[in-house]
Write a protein that binds this ligand. Structure first.
Ligand code: ZN
Length: 683
């Protein structure tokens, strides 16, 4: 036995208890770590290299990238750069050879990547050597649709569990790598894979920039990211997401609002295929509306839908993106009983004034469940293996069925809480939280396959408006009750104000069995000696979100969609006074880290301070616009000063990636603030 401390044994967050827990997850195939007295994997000891990193003579893109990731992180942790060699020139002498990916040596030792499951990785020691192997190919290892990245995921698992690396936010400052002078482990034989089949945070615009398919809008560059910084951010974001094992998107069943636009295409010839209004007329009151519900009981329409289907593996039947459904007698006969008493937090699920005039306003979950099943039976005559993509449990189909209709695991749908503002964004009232869980369970009992696709990450603008307790608990609950995968709309990238919640989501998607408190503590640990002070700071804002939950709902109630209106009313949701108690908390944290042995802790506190200051400036700015988003003449001078300060601040700090300023300007501010009269302040 070697005397040097095993990092694996001493790493504080790798408890054996948690490893056993992970065994229970369906796709965790086998995990065991044993101690053997005669062999030791040794990468670095007392600051000296004892290993080389070996790849095949002609390695795949994925293996090369995985090897670079390993070498870079080991160097950051120890200051030692491990040599990379091709297999045929691998020395026989060094203590440990770390074989990355598919190699002849791995195959001679019985490790065949093709035998490993999708996205899986094997970490196995043989003598003093270590093999990190998974499926791999020459596809782009950073592409979320590429599942042949087991080798890369194996490297990340090694870095996470053996070195204690955590990837908190984009860029080097957000990469937490504990310093050590020794990396060693006794024996390992671990086969693992992500628990969820697909894991994603939609980041379409930034992704397009990362993949060189799009560039920044010039209008955004005026007061947000400069184009080159937007590109750097996009690249760093792509790396962060993959390090946290986002991906598997090739396995996500397709979803969408299948019948949107059908009214304009077929409504004139076949009005009877579409929703009947309460006045007996077919179609919506608004003639331009694309989202006109169909009359699901119409058998001619059912026949037509099947004639449009290619007979392939998936038949899509996603309802339109508007509440209110067909009022005809046949459709209503398919509905289940409506609740005797509508819960106060879910009124808009069942009733709105507009819908009450226009269409059936209740829950139509049973109606659609029967439609999906009917269509499935008909489609199976052509393709017995067909899967129905019902798309979304959303709007009128959100509540669980109230009849005992039984569906099956060849029907897939994604759960999207929305409908009532009390359900839309976490935090929600406690009763609403329990109700949300009941709806998930009810749909599970009906027997369908389920994904999770909420919209609540849209919330909060640049403000420290977030929570971790409910969203974390709900995610874990869904994972324990059949969630196949999760995709969130959208990643708004407010890392310095909402980063704790974003990090929690990244962690839970990779490992849903983790404890919320443990994840939070990982995040706070990146602030070194200021961990406790930072926890108090984030708790202050999380408590604020819970305490002001109903008031903030009220701020936006009659003013349109909160997620898109936030920049207009930010000062009402988070008045300047709310910032005052939080400021000294951050300053206390900064003072603690100023005397720490590593400068990175203070730099991370300053990162959070940047988000704080930016949020406060945005609130000051928002307060200067009127209800219509214009600056009144008497506030013009003040507004120009505030705008110049805000833009100067952004330009000075954009390289930190504290905020996705492209999203801020393009999605939140330009649509809600008329900044044209202010632009001369920037010259
Ligand atoms: Zn109907």
């Amino acid at each position: 036995m070697n005397n040097s401390t095993s990092v694996l044994q001493s790493a504080p967050r790798i408890s054996m208890k948690r490893r056993r827990h992970s065994l229970a997850m369906a796709t965790m195939i086998a995990t065991f770590i044993s101690v053997s007295a005669w062999a030791q994997v040794l990468l670095v000891e007392d600051g000296k290299a004892h290993a080389v990193v070996v790849t095949a003579d002609a390695p795949t893109e994925t293996a090369q990238y995985a090897a670079r990731e390993l070498v870079w992180h080991v160097e950051q942790a120890t200051g030692v750069q491990l040599e990379r060699v091709a297999e045929s020139s691998a020395p026989s002498a060094p203590h440990t050879r770390v074989y990355i990916g598919d190699t002849d040596t791995a195959r001679r030792n019985g490790i065949d990547p093709e035998q490993l499951p999708r996205e899986a990785y094997l970490l196995r020691s043989v003598g003093n050597d270590l093999f990190i192997v998974g499926q791999e190919d020459d596809g782009d290892p950073l592409r979320e649709e590429n599942p042949h990245v087991g080798t890369l995921f194996g490297v990340y698992e090694f870095l996470e569990s053996v070195l204690g690396v955590r990837w908190l936010w984009p860029g080097e400052l957000g990469t937490y790598i504990p310093k050590t002078n020794t990396i060693t482990l006794w024996s390992i034989n671990e086969l693992g894979a992500p628990c969820l089949r697909f894991r994603g945070l939609y980041w379409g615009r930034m992704r397009a920039i990362a993949e060189d398919r799009a560039a920044l809008e010039p209008e955004d560059a005026r007061f947000g990211f400069d184009p080159d910084v937007a590109k750097q951010y996009a690249d760093a974001l792509r790396v962060l997401l993959r390090r946290n094992r986002m991906g598997g998107m090739d396995a996500k069943p397709p979803t969408g609002h299948t019948f949107a636009g059908w009214w304009h295409e077929y409504g004139e010839e076949h009005p009877e295929w579409f929703m009947m209004r309460r006045d007996g007329v077919r179609g919506r009151l608004d003639p331009d509306e694309r989202h006109v519900d169909i009359c699901v009981t119409n058998e001619e329409l059912q026949k037509f839908i099947l004639s449009q289907w290619d007979g392939g593996p998936i038949l899509r039947l996603g309802a339109v993106d508007r509440p209110g459904r067909c009022y005809c007698d046949e459709c209503r006969a398919w509905d289940g009983p409506q609740p005797e008493e509508i819960p106060w937090f879910a009124r808009r699920v069942y009733e709105t004034d507009r819908r009450a005039q226009e269409a059936f306003a209740g829950a139509t979950s049973d109606r659609y469940a029967r439609f999906w099943k009917t269509m499935q039976e008909k489609a199976e005559q052509r393709n017995p293996d067909v899967m129905i993509s019902a798309s979304f449990l959303f709007e009128s189909e959100f509540p669980a069925p109230t009849t005992d209709i039984q569906l099956n695991n060849r029907i897939y749908a994604e759960y999207v809480q929305w409908q009532d503002p009390h359900l839309r964004y976490f935090p929600v009232p406690d009763e609403a939280f329990e109700w949300l869980k009941e709806q998930w369970l009810g749909w599970r009992r009906a027997g369908i396959r389920m994904g999770y696709r909420p919209n609540y990450l849209h919330d909060g603008y640049v403000l420290p408006h977030f929570e971790t307790r409910q969203s974390g608990e709900f995610f874990k609950f869904a994972a324990e009750h059949g969630m196949e995968g999760a995709v969130f709309d959208s990643l708004t990238g407010q890392w310095a104000t909402q980063g704790l919640r974003l990090y929690m989501h990244l962690r839970l998607m990779a490992k849903p069995h983790l404890d919320i408190d443990d994840i939070r503590n990982e995040y706070f640990a990146a602030f070194g000696p200021a961990a406790d002070a930072m926890e108090r700071y984030f708790d202050y804002w999380e408590d604020y979100a819970f305490e002001h939950l109903l008031r903030i709902i009220e701020v936006f109630w009659e003013r349109g969609w909160r997620y898109s209106m936030y920049a207009r009313y930010a000062h009402e949701a988070f008045p300047l006074e709310s910032f005052a108690p939080a400021e000294p908390m951050l300053e206390e944290a900064r003072e603690i880290t100023a005397i720490a042995d590593a400068p990175e802790y203070e730099a991370r506190v300053r990162f959070i301070q940047t988000g704080f200051e930016h949020a406060r400036m945005a609130v000051r700015m928002a307060a200067l616009f009127d209800e219509a988003g214009e600056v009144p003449e008497d506030r013009m001078t003040k507004a120009k000063d505030a705008f110049r300060n805000l833009v100067d601040f952004r330009k000075a700090h954009q390289h930190l990636f504290f905020s996705d300023l492209q999203w801020v300007t393009n999605f939140w501010e330009r649509p809600r603030w008329n900044v044209e009269p202010l632009l001369d302040a920037l010259e």
